[in-house]
Design a protein around this ligand. Sequence first.
Ligand code: SF4
Length: 322
Amino acid sequence: MNTNKVIVDGYCRQVLMDFVKRDYVLRSKPIASRPSSNLQIEGERFSIPSIISNAVVDIDKHSENINTIDSIFSKLQLLLCRHIVVRMLYPPSLKDVRRIFEASVSYNIHEMLLITNFAPQLYSNSLARIVLDSNRLKAMVVFNSPFDKNLDNIIHFYRRRMPKTTFKKESSEFVCNPWLYNESIRHNTYFHKKLYINVDGQIKNAPECPNSFGQIAQFFPSELLELVRSEEFAEFWHITKDMCCICSDCEYRHMCVDNRVPYSNGHGMFRHRVACTYNPYIARWQGQPGYVPVEQCGEFTPEGFVPDEERIERVLRGIAGE
Ligand code: SF4
């Protein structure tokens, strides 16, 4: 059992973590004043050799990406990218799936996850052979399937739909590990070293980012290297949760992988356009009894969010039934 104390405006909060069960409990009690900011815990310096550590490639039925997948993987290999998610946004043919798996075997890709929609030809011995033969670290998830099935923990069929991009957070998605913690001290754990290629072959930092930097097919390897090393491409990489309004007060900030794009508030902090589903000032998730939006716990000012102790205490008393 490990104990990590975190103090935020208006609260003294303790997170008790059980790394064996991979679970934790929260304890909080009101405190009188804002503590000093030197509670920031220094992590070990986070460093990985990959220039890009993870990539997402989208393919639809009109996409050229399927025909250029070898070139895409070869360029990602150059960036030392070892973890790739390929999303096929259509019911693919066996030929297309084979093409992706064969390409992934030819390049030095450590882990690949292929996500796709169901087509009857995907539930076949020939597909199983393609995937199972490729390597245990390559996996496939098929959504919209007429059944739920798990084949050797490598091919998973799910009845549910392919998840769409969402900004909703749930406590169950948090994973506590020292690697993520150390990355979170100086980096944004979602945008850092990520690269996204959309169905048109356009390069972005992540699917949620507004800026695209051109078509992957147009880049010579050296130009791609230059691009991903540029400040422009890495705009969000170093915006930590401690630099974001509200998140900086949240006890989950070192385990939360948040895909919301941060925007500067012009006063040294960053904010998000979409609200999080967690209110850290009362330790309640949207949908839990007693949850209220953060707006009811303080004020948004140009400088950031200013929590209001009295309002928070009133909400907490209501939750406690006082
Ligand atoms: S407030 Fe920020 S750090 Fe906390 S759960 Fe929401 S997005 Fe994550």
